[in-house]
Design a protein. Structure first.
Lengths: 402, 418
């Protein structure tokens, strides 16, 4: 098998939940050796779930299992000086350090770039935090929902026309995922620059900034027109909505005029579709209240799969609103080997999504492997990589450092 | 601290055969890191981002479009008729002196132009090409039409996001799979560039934006395989934290942008630890709640969520957002505003971190541009160019790869370039 692209790159990852972990996962998927440092009580993701129906278990959190595939796991208490000293030694052997401890907690965990880089000038360090490491809000405490909302995303979502209902957060720690992605991109940029210069550097990623730069065409409404989009953006064209069919829901968006014309054909060319009020995409958007009942009635006659096929044959952008059973049933994803079964010593055999660019033609991604159990690789890393005698590892355990 | 404002990808040239959002966004992320990105635009059909709103001063025009402007910063634009062999030839000349090609047309389109990976590899053997398609280029649905919001439905987001007990799928507020595809595409391009710098070998990347969106729901995929059902929809609540949600504050007094309702004022609060919870109780003037045995531990608070949340809702609605945020943030309670987009970019913190950059623009005078969301200490990069006018750099680019003034004139007269 071809050697993965990042074979030979060593990454130390610490922090909790999803941000640093997703950056680490992206690097591990491409073949980097990722050493995940957990504090002795374990990554908070181990306590978050989702869990099996029997209840919480630190080795059975689906979030943790997913994010930490193919990594080595060690425990280390970074709040103790001895823990910080061991982290420095570990980082001296690494190419990359990625963490998501918030700005005010970094120094207390020994995460000072200048000191770490003094021992390893080639170190690329990525610090992911809610608001970055500078500016008046850098020390504000925040969880994912707070950052996502402060970046302008949550404002955009919710039930259209219902200002009495609160804006709605999308599922999952999405700011953390996006911050981890941004960190992985910046780390690769810095590693490439290091090939030419030999020099590492410090990267800061602010979750608020990452979110605020990815808000689609809704963002420029303010700088360009001094307007502010509300719930579900400005859906200026129609149809652009979910509709109920006999056995589920579909989503349709007609961006181009020809897509609407083909939909009209598929609907059997009803007379109302030629009314002037529905004459172009913008008019249909303005008069959507009048249009929607006609569409509701037509969609309700269909079964989802039949309509999906019939519409896509006419190049109409329409598809099912899938849940997890629907996703697993997709023949397309199956044929692309998207779901991969992995054995884990405690959690058992489960399906995981593969990475979304599995077909790097020369350096394919590493197939999904299990996440480490808590402290699984302590001996390998401390005694192997760092060369500590076994007796010292035992001492560290007794002192609660490991 | 920065030695210079170059990005780490200075000297890397990217050719974009892109449209709409995901592809241009990937190109912009590489431009943020210092790459020279050349966007090839069709003479026959304008990109939807040049024709859809918003428009500067609400006056339509391809160089006034905000959707294009925000996601094509720092690039050069060349306008070529790709459907003609002479046009495809020009693109090949460009690719021959470039490092990375990003394309996001429907599968088969670039091949039809004679600009598929095999064609491009012949003119530049170590080229890196990233195809960002909706469904990936293999598999029975690979030819299906895809847009970002369609992938919100297809990925599972629309059934995972939303309210307990609601059957209706929900959107996520924007075409999330697009920028997410762009970031994943940029990542794959850089991994391939790393590999090429070390081995001299280029490669082709088939990226499925559908799969990249599911990658953000990996916990739900694994959970389904564990339990046979997907995690419940929780709206703004959290499986562990309580309180965790969005709360309405007293109506805003004045200064709202057009179209906003004064009562549409919200803040978010999320408490994970007992310390955060106790601080919240103090701020809202209910220290007795911190002693209430129903709310003693995180588990207790989650169990008594139905009792806890209405108390918070009532108290928080009595004062305006600024009043609460000042006190919550000072007390160390994880909280924040639900910002609308004007507020994000007027926020003093966001401003202090150079996230809104004003640049001169040939047609608009000035444009306000999104800044760079990753900050590199030695190679921070900077915005060097405003979004290009349609075809602004056609002549410059052609001359760069050896065409004479006369030849450029011939190509223009023949309609191959504009």
């Amino acid at each position: 098998m071809a050697v993965p692209a990042l074979a030979g790159v060593r990454v130390v990852e610490c922090g909790g939940m999803a941000a640093a972990a997703y950056a680490g996962k992206l690097l591990a998927d491409m073949g980097a050796e990722v050493i995940k440092v957990e504090e002795p009580e374990g990554d908070p993701a181990r306590r978050w779930g989702p869990f099996p129906d029997e209840g919480p278990h630190p080795e059975r959190s689906a979030l943790f299992l997913y994010l930490n595939q193919n990594k080595k796991g060690i425990t280390l208490d970074l709040r103790q000086p001895r823990g910080q000293e061991l982290l420095s030694r570990l980082v001296a052997h690494a190419d990359v350090l990625v963490h998501n401890f918030p700005a005010p907690e970094m120094a207390a965990r020994g995460l000072e770039y200048e000191r770490l880089a003094a021992a390893n000038p080639g170190l690329v360090m990525a610090s992911i935090s809610p608001f970055g490491l500078s500016g008046p809000h850098k020390d504000y405490k925040a969880h994912d929902i707070n950052v996502m909302a402060a970046g302008g995303w949550v404002w955009l979502n919710g039930v259209t026309g219902r200002p009495d209902m609160a804006p709605l957060k999308p599922y999952g720690p999405q700011t953390e995922y996006q911050s981890g992605l941004a960190a992985a991109v910046a780390v690769m940029g810095a590693l490439i620059w290091r090939l030419d210069t030999g020099r590492g550097q410090h990267i800061e990623v602010s979750g608020q900034e990452v979110v605020s730069t990815e808000l689609e065409f809704v963002f420029p409404f303010w700088p360009y027109e001094e307007r502010v989009p509300v719930r579900w953006g400005h859906r200026i064209v129609a149809p652009w909505d979910y509709f109920r069919c006999q056995d589920g829901w579909v989503f349709i968006i007609c961006v181009e005029e020809h897509q609407w014309q083909r939909l009209v054909e598929l609907m059997g060319d009803p007379e109302w579709a030629h009314w002037e009020v529905f004459g172009n995409r913008l008019l249909r958007g303005q008069n959507y209240d009048a249009l929607k009942p006609f569409l509701d009635e037509w969609f309700a006659q269909w079964k989802v799969d039949d309509l999906y096929r019939a519409a896509q044959e006419k190049r109409i952008p329409l598809g099912p609103a899938l849940d997890m059973p629907g996703l697993f049933a997709s023949q397309h994803l199956q044929e692309r080997d998207f779901f991969v079964e992995v054995d884990h010593p405690v959690a058992g055999r489960l399906s995981y999504p593969a990475s979304p660019y599995r077909f790097l033609s020369e350096t394919p991604a590493v197939p999904p492997g299990p996440a480490p159990t808590l402290g699984q690789h302590n001996r390998e890393v401390y005694c192997g990589l760092l060369g500590l005698p076994e007796a010292e590892l035992d001492n560290l355990r007794q002192e609660g450092v490991v | 601290m920065a030695e210079h404002r170059k990005g780490p990808l200075t000297g890397v040239r990217v050719v974009e055969l892109t449209t709409a959002w995901a592809g241009p966004y990937a190109g912009q992320l590489l431009a943020h890191l210092g790459a020279e990105s050349i966007r090839v635009e069709s003479t026959r059909r304008l990109c939807v981002t040049r024709t859809a709103g918003p428009m500067a001063d609400r006056v339509p025009g391809p160089d006034r479009a905000g959707y294009y402007g925000e996601y094509n910063q720092g690039k050069r634009s060349v306008q070529i008729d790709l459907s003609r062999p002479e046009g495809a030839e020009l693109v090949k000349r460009l690719v021959a002196i470039s490092d990375i090609v990003i394309e996001n047309f429907a599968p088969g389109v670039v091949e039809r132009w004679g600009l598929g990976y095999e064609d491009l590899r012949r003119v530049k053997p170590d080229i890196i090409m990233v195809s960002l398609s909706g469904h990936g280029r293999k598999g029975p649905l690979s030819h299906y039409v895809s847009y970002g919001p369609y992938l919100v439905a297809l990925s599972g987001f629309s059934t995972m996001t939303g309210y307990p007990g609601w059957e209706q799928p929900m959107h996520v507020g924007m075409s999330y799979p697009d920028p997410n595809g762009g970031w994943h595409g940029a990542y794959a391009a850089l991994v391939a560039l790393w590999h090429r710098k070390r081995t001299g070998q280029g490669q082709y990347v088939d990226l499925s934006q559908w799969e990249a969106a599911v990658a953000l729901l990996g916990d739900a995929v694994v959970a389904y395989s564990m339990t046979g059902h997907q995690p419940e929809r929780l709206a703004n609540r959290d499986p562990m934290m309580c309180p965790h949600g969005i709360f309405r504050c007293a109506p805003a007094q004045d200064g709202l942008p057009e179209g906003l309702l004064p009562e549409d004022r919200w803040l978010s609060i999320a408490c994970a630890s007992d310390a955060e919870w106790r601080a919240l109780c103090r701020v809202i003037g209910k220290p007795e709640m911190a002693e209430d045995p129903r709310f003693a531990t995180p588990g207790d608070r989650k169990r008594h969520e139905e009792a806890l949340v209405p108390i918070l809702e009532e108290v928080l609605s009595r004062q305006d957002r600024a009043y609460w945020l000042e006190r919550l943030e000072r007390a160390g309670v994880p909280a924040g505003p639900i910002y609308n987009l004007a507020e994000v970019y007027q926020d003093p913190h966001v401003r202090a971190r150079e996230m809104l950059v004003e640049m001169p623009h040939p047609e608009l005078g000035k444009v306000k541009q999104i800044g760079i969301p990753v900050k590199l200490s030695l190679t921070p990069g900077q915005m060097r160019l405003p979004p290009p006018a349609l075809g602004e750099h056609t002549d410059q680019a052609l001359k760069q790869f050896g065409y004479t003034e006369a030849e450029v004139g011939v190509l223009r007269k023949a309609g191959v370039i504009r």
